[in-house]
Design a protein around this ligand. Sequence first.
Ligand SMILES: C[S@@+](CC[C@H](N)C(=O)[O-])C[C@H]1O[C@@H](n2cnc3c(N)ncnc32)[C@H](O)[C@@H]1O
Length: 252
Amino acid sequence: VSPSDHRALYDTIGTRYAQARVPDPRIEAQLHAALGDASSVLNVGAGAGSYEPRDRVVVALEPSEVMVRQRPDGSAPCVRGVAGALPYPDGAFDAAMASLSLHHWPDWRAGVDEMGRVASRVVIFTFEPQMTDALWLVRDYLPEMDQHDAFRFPPPEEIVARFSGGHVETVPVPWDCTDGFTGAYWRRPEAYLDPRVQGGTSAIAVMDPDLVAARLAQLRADLESGAWDERHGALRDLEELDLGYRLVVCDR
Ligand SMILES: C[S@@+](CC[C@H](N)C(=O)[O-])C[C@H]1O[C@@H](n2cnc3c(N)ncnc32)[C@H](O)[C@@H]1O
């Protein structure tokens, strides 16, 4: 799958997204705090609407029809479009946000610059690419995952460098995270055996299904034999973990 095909990717894998990806309230609170007092917000790569504020004026922008159709009744109006060409004049919004989307854009710099053009505050929920190994699932079972472009995120500091100011915040993943992104089940290893969980994250959904099945059969065997708990059992005592998820908060 080439970056330019990522809209088509979501038309294929996005069919059950809304069920697998319920926004997590703790991550939502952190993201909304980063939006500050912005009263108008553009949500780029909005998908089914996760993390969209409900107490502000929001416009969503999303290229995939399948994702748009999963937006709940009453959610913000949604425009079909791509990050690299936002159909709005300079400064049209107080803030622009993007949640786990820019790794799908063919040119992330163009998209980030567009967000800074249409809004004075830019908030991006993203991933630190040097942390792909932090998740045991990638390290021990699916190391091929970090070679796929669906998992290729730019370093957060490179995003900040495109703005006059900004900072990067760690977004710890709670042990019971409700948003089924790749790292969400770090303390619930059995969940990765569920095809609905596998299908809810693009990083797994784009991999060779036979390879995924073989590696997850190994995970099942390790859970049954106790080998997983021997290696990673200490995780079962933790409440949250830094797996590399980051919030980039910038001002134009
Ligand atoms: C992992 S989903 C995230 C959806 C939502 N923001 C969330 O947090 O649940 C990635 C989204 O980015 C969208 N996308 C793909 N290419 C894009 C592009 N060039 N510009 C904007 N969005 C894009 C996909 O269609 C998909 O809805």
